[in-house]
Design a protein around this ligand. Structure first.
Ligand SMILES: NC(=O)c1ccc[n+]([C@@H]2O[C@H](COP(=O)([O-])OP(=O)(O)OC[C@H]3O[C@@H](n4cnc5c(N)ncnc54)[C@H](O)[C@@H]3O)[C@@H](O)[C@H]2O)c1
Length: 133
């Protein structure tokens, strides 16, 4: 005899997703990229063209010309020289950190303080005294 299958939970809806997290209900996340160097421009292109759930919204680089070039090439809306301006931009939903490794900590902590979800390729160490190298 085959038992009746357990009733499946209700399929997630946009409304239930929005209740869990306002970001989950968005069709596209506005990504803010910090650091438009060698890897940053590669990420900018991926985020703009190859990640269906995201759009590259803003780019920050201390070399403003690099931020502006990435913005223009990838169709982003904003370019900032100071990453704090990007973090203070309420339209930025999440942050990708592509600064040099030694600057990860400063940017990641500031982004966390601003309440933004973060992606950062960081080399963590098991040595707890120097976890940010
Ligand atoms: N997946 C991989 O194969 C790979 C390889 C190398 C690096 N990476 C990651 O990419 C990161 C960056 O490496 P890269 O080779 O692109 O370095 P890079 O030096 O080419 O680029 C870093 C950029 O950050 C900018 N920058 C510096 N300070 C800044 C600040 N305060 N605010 C905003 N921008 C700032 C610089 O002007 C530069 O344009 C690394 O730390 C690492 O996380 C990944």
């Amino acid at each position: 005899m085959i038992a009746n299958p357990p009733s499946s939970p209700a399929a997630p809806t946009a409304a239930s997703a929005a209740k869990r997290s306002p970001l989950a209900a968005k069709a596209k996340l506005n990504i803010g990229l910090v650091g438009a160097g060698r890897m940053g421009i590669a990420y900018a292109r991926y985020l703009a063209n190859r990640v269906p759930g995201s759009t590259l919204y803003a780019v920050s680089d201390v070399r403003l010309a690099a931020a502006e070039a990435a913005r223009d090439e990838c169709g982003a809306a904003k370019a900032y020289a100071d990453f704090n301006d990007l973090l203070n931009d309420k339209a930025v939903d999440a942050v990708v950190v592509m600064t040099p490794t030694k600057l990860h900590k400063e940017v990641v902590l500031a982004a966390a303080g601003a309440g933004k979800p973060i992606f950062c390729e960081n080399r963590f160490r098991s040595d707890s005294t120097t976890p940010w190298l």
